[in-house]
Write a protein that binds this ligand. Sequence first.
Ligand code: AR6
Length: 190
Amino acid sequence: DYTSFKRTVSDIEVSVYKGDITQQKADVVVNAANKKLEHMGGVAFAISKAGGKSIQEESRAYVRRHGTLHIGQAVHTGAGNMPCRFVVHTVGPMWDKRGDNGTARLQLREAITNVLYYACDKLQARSIAIPAISAGIYGVPVDVSAEQLMLATQKFVRSPPSNNTLRHIKFVNIEDKVNRVFVRVFSDNL
Ligand code: AR6
């Protein structure tokens, strides 16, 4: 595992890291969830497995009480046995192979913006680890996911909110080929 890109803007360090997100010691680990918070595949399954039963239990309790999530919404649970403090669950859009996906792009950007604000407003987090939301089971091309995550991050770090607590924003990819795309997009644009 290694850091493959790092840049500091407005005292916030943004990095791209090749590794397993369940092993990150950040205050917040972000989950690429679905609307029902049923953590079945991909990064959601990995988080649920690494954290232990409590993550799926807290997630079900949330949905019983408040209903399902909408795309881009952020909610949190504890992190169970993982080395982070909280899991912030968000729901990315699904890709439509035949559509123009303008809405999907916007929703992806909003999801990350919401996650960053949530981490400050609700959790006073100093560090956050984020996976390539929607770039797996939901079928968004990796370069589109990287681009939208970068755009949301770029906007946040160029003009952080007055209550910003974040000092480290880390994009964590388990797959080499996904990580390479993130390095290219972030180093070209941030
Ligand atoms: N660490 C870092 N990245 C990972 C890990 C890991 N341990 N495991 C997978 N990835 P996905 P989505 C990468 O499919 O497209 C679930 O069933 C993976 O290589 O997890 O938003 C949910 O419950 C890919 O690049 O998320 C939803 O139903 C990225 O994480 C649905 O999948 C995202 O892939 C959400 O699909």
